[in-house]
Design a protein around this ligand. Sequence first.
Ligand SMILES: CC(C)(COP(=O)(O)OP(=O)(O)OC[C@H]1O[C@@H](n2cnc3c(N)ncnc32)[C@H](O)[C@@H]1OP(=O)(O)O)[C@@H](O)C(=O)NCCC(=O)NCCS
Length: 137
Amino acid sequence: MNIASLSEYDVDDVVALWREVDLTRPWNDPVADYRRAMEGPTSTVLGATDDGRLVGSIMVGHDGHRGWVYYLAVRAVEQRHGVGTALMSAAEAWLRERGAVKVQLMLRSENTATRHFYDALGYEFNDVSVLSRRLDH
Ligand SMILES: CC(C)(COP(=O)(O)OP(=O)(O)OC[C@H]1O[C@@H](n2cnc3c(N)ncnc32)[C@H](O)[C@@H]1OP(=O)(O)O)[C@@H](O)C(=O)NCCC(=O)NCCS
């Protein structure tokens, strides 16, 4: 397995993967999300490939204060073989190289299965509320 930054041409494969593992939501445009992450110097999407086939991906970015990861996804048939752990480790390395001292992520409260995954990686639950407001309309 190889993990590296993807390119603009991988958008269809990545969005198909996000859809397969139910990470897309009607209020977000996944193609726009992918392109935005690929355009700037402070973010990217890393892909895990096996024989050239995309098996997983993760979006990673540094906002100048903290590192964030989004859209971690592993193909259903490839799960529980360490791909998710390897992607998190690659994202952490990407952030460390850019000076980040902390990485965080948002986990939907209904995604209880994934809590075990982050627990296994040593991620701690922070008792904070996330507030947001759309700026695109
Ligand atoms: C979360 C996800 C990325 C994990 O990827 P993965 O490749 O299966 O993870 P790993 O094989 O590296 O798992 C490492 C450990 O995490 C824990 N773990 C992973 N998935 C788990 C699950 N569904 N239930 C319980 N524990 C789990 C286990 O301890 C596992 O080690 P083990 O297999 O030796 O028991 C994958 O399940 C996925 O794509 N889920 C759907 C999308 C999603 O929810 N993404 C996260 C959004 S915040």
